[in-house]
Design a protein. Structure first.
Length: 750
């Protein structure tokens, strides 16, 4: 709900309300009167917030990796998931499952005594039968209540694990290096966070029902022996074959799911490539070629899904037929061995066999299928989150002159606290063993960025290095300009500082919090304020200062909702220059120590660029380390140091006057870099002017641009019967639909 003071009704619910779930009645009544919206939902309590859930799972996964490395075993994601669940929840579920097992066993016993009392007595006495009736009712109510409460808790835990695993996947993707991320595309993220995450959610129910199932079966067998006869166990032994088949079917279903998931990844990857290159596809009229390719892959995927559907259907078919077959075998055996069959004995036999059917087909066979699917999903997620991340250790940042430090242990070596972030690949990729915060050593630490003889490649398959023996040093308050022709390695230099590119030799050392402004500015669907604050704590004074130095005041004033206007896919479309300034404002608001600016001034006109450089980069960020990529000479002249790159190597380094003086070749390279960027600037200015003019035309009719946020497509009302028919008709022809309906009617009639 929108009001922050509104509490979740479950937090203040009493015992009966929790037992009967009446605390949710209000929202159910509201949903029956009108379509529910996001503002009607209950506030999420602290224990179920996604940020906390992801942090808990990430902490346990890192601990699992550390322990596995020490024991020289493979880390397992499922072990980390089990440690996220609290002991209290384990005990609660164990108690609920124990009560369910007791009632599972006790109900046939009470029924047996009740039937025996009414069959042996000459007359029915209420004094003797009423306690049994009350007992049957109490056991049934207790069984239902325990099962309902357990299912609710299991579903809550399952959703927590699902949310945490999705968040961990997204968080891992943000930490992966570009070279590793390119190889990860085949394991499609969409498939991981949809199908695989759904399998993890279903794991909770499967584990809960599978536990104590052996005890359920053992107790039911003992009751058959004691209450009926030992010959009844012959029919019950049929369930052993059902268990064996269920285990085989679950294993086979998990294997088929793994194969279908791989094909789904391939299909989604091809679709991504088609959408990325849709202009080329349209230009060469390749639509039908790619349509046939996607259809062929989809047919393979559907065939595997059908096979898995047949396997699952066979398991459910046993649920409806196994008790009848086992009962027929037991009754036949009892008759052949000349056992006396009475009505209460046969009724007890069928009642216990029904319990066995539930335990074998649902508690074991069906649960094993869910467990096999979840195992496949965990393995797929584990392959992604187990990849090596950018080696970066975040520190607590309170002030520029008070930086916390870490003592880092890599491969048995202890690195002293000179470096918060250290990469040395001369002896191979280091592995983090532990990191410990050092107190009392942060006073003398100052932000710095140091690069020593670094060489790196864009990817592991690249033959030519993106950077070769590059050295650069920047201390606090310095403004470093990076320039050079197109493809000289300017962006690669920033990527290597961020740790995105794997370096083959050299060392990169950075102290301080870093912020990066990409050459391709981006925004996400949200308000202007949300795009700038980006989840951090809102500081109104700093926010207003950032808006001013990034020259966004006039742009925001055009919107009717000002900085609360939605932008992105479902909002106002910003020009290239506006996106660049929003991206710059996002980085500036983060209050970092080191700013890596990848040519943000090329997307704006000369006047705005001068404002950004003077007010933002030089004045507002004074005292911070600024590494600026630019081709514009008027800005390079005002930098403290210029690094000139060509073909991935440093041609020269120094102040502008030192570089230009007596070095005509270097000056020509700077001029060439400027000319190569002019075309890009001209094109960008055309887009910017067009966008501004478009907005001005709209503005001519009124003072402010008032663009309504695009609502998500939503249909409200009753689902028509013809829609159900179209749904079934899309899957089967009319003859098969009619045959299926007749078959269902016959089964229900029997």
């Amino acid at each position: 709900m929108e009001d922050a003071s509104v509490r979740n009704p479950r937090e203040k619910a009493g015992f009966l309300s929790l037992l009967t779930f009446s605390w949710i009645n209000d929202i159910l009544k509201l949903g029956s009167k009108q379509p529910l919206e996001e503002k009607h939902l209950f506030p999420v309590d602290t224990s179920n917030q996604a940020e906390r859930l992801v942090a808990d799972l990430e902490r346990e996964w890192l601990a699992e990796e550390r322990v596995s490395e020490q024991n020289r075993t493979k880390p397992r994601l499922w072990r980390a998931m089990t440690r996220v669940i609290s002991n209290r929840e384990y005990i609660t579920l164990a108690l609920f499952r124990s009560f369910y097992t007791i009632t599972f066993i006790l109900l046939p016993v009470i029924v047996w005594f009740f039937l025996k009392s009414i069959s042996t007595a000459s007359g029915i006495s209420y004094k003797t039968t009423l306690p049994f009736v009350i007992g049957i009712s109490l056991v049934a109510i207790t069984r239902s209540a325990c099962h309902a409460q357990a299912m609710f808790l299991v579903e809550v835990i399952a959703i927590r694990l699902k949310v945490a695993s999705i968040g961990l996947v997204y968080k891992k993707i943000l930490k992966l290096k570009r070279s590793i991320l390119e190889d990860t595309i085949s394991e499609n993220t969409i498939n991981l966070v949809s199908n695989d995450a759904q399998a993890i959610e279903q794991l909770g129910y499967a584990v809960y029902t599978f536990s104590f199932s052996v005890l359920d079966i053992t107790a039911s067998m003992a009751l058959l022996w004691y209450l009926v006869a030992w010959q009844a166990l012959i029919g019950a032994s049929f369930f052993l074959a059902v268990v064996a088949y269920g285990s085989f079917a679950a294993h086979k279903a998990g294997k088929v799911r793994h194969q279908s998931a791989a094909i789904t990844d391939k299909r989604l990857e091809i679709m991504k490539d088609i959408i990325t290159g849709i202009r080329v596809v349209k230009m060469y009229a390749w639509e039908w070629n790619f349509t046939d390719l996607v259809a062929q892959i989809r047919r393979k995927e559907i065939s595997l899904i059908r096979i898995r559907g047949f396997i699952v259907s066979s398991i459910y078919a046993l649920f409806f037929t196994s008790s009848a077959i086992a009962g027929f075998i037991s009754v036949t055996t009892l008759l052949l061995t000349e056992n006396t069959l009475t009505s209460f004995k046969v009724f007890t036999l069928l009642s216990i066999l029904a319990n066995l059917k539930m335990a074998v087909t649902i508690f074991i066979a069906d649960s094993l299928r869910y467990i096999a699917d979840a195992r496949t999903a965990c393995n797929r997620m584990q392959r992604l989150i187990g990849k090596k991340s950018i080696l970066a250790y975040k520190m607590d940042h309170h002030a520029k002159d008070k930086l916390s430090t870490l003592e880092v242990y890599l491969k048995g070596r202890r690195y002293r606290p000179q470096f918060i972030r250290t990469e040395s690949f001369r002896t191979g990729t280091p592995t983090l063993i532990s990191a410990r915060k050092l107190e009392g050593t942060s006073q003398n630490m100052q932000p710095q960025a140091c690069i020593e003889n670094v060489s790196c490649f864009c990817s592991q398959a690249s033959e030519h290095p993106a950077l070769q023996n590059v050295s650069l040093s920047a201390t606090n308050g310095k403004l470093v300009g990076i320039t050079g022709p197109v493809g000289s390695g300017k962006s690669s230099l920033l990527m290597s500082i961020l740790g995105e590119l794997p370096i083959s030799s050299g060392k990169i050392s950075c102290i301080g919090k870093m912020a990066f402004v990409s050459q391709m500015p981006w925004v996400y669907s949200g308000t202007v304020q949300e795009n700038i604050v980006f989840g951090r704590q809102f500081d109104e004074q700093r926010y207003n200062n950032v808006i001013e130095v990034c020259d966004l005041e006039k742009d925001i004033a055009r919107f009717a909702k000002r900085d609360l206007t939605e932008i992105g896919q479902r909002g106002v479309i910003l020009s290239g220059g506006q996106r660049a300034r929003v991206s710059l404002a996002r980085a500036i608001y983060s209050d970092a120590d080191i700013y890596l600016l990848d040519d943000p001034l090329s997307a704006v006109d000369a006047k705005v660029g001068k404002h950004l450089f003077d007010r933002c980069i030089k004045e507002f960020l004074a005292g911070r380390i600024r590494i600026l990529v630019t081709h514009q000479l008027q800005f390079l002249k005002q930098t403290d140091t210029i690094v000139m790159l060509q073909n991935g190597s440093v041609v020269c380094q120094g102040t502008y006057s030192e570089i230009v003086k007596g070095k005509q070749r270097v000056f020509s390279l700077i001029s060439e870099a400027k000319q190569s960027s002019n075309c890009e600037e001209d094109n960008e200015q055309i887009v910017t002017v067009f966008s501004d003019e478009t907005m001005n035309v709209t503005k001519a009719g009124r003072e402010r641009v008032d663009l309504e946020d695009e609502e998500e497509d939503r249909m409200v009302g009753t689902v028509k019967w013809w829609l159900y028919w179209k749904y079934f008709r899309a899957a089967l022809p009319n003859v098969l639909i009619a045959s299926l309906a007749i078959f269902f009617a016959i089964v229900q009639g029997e």
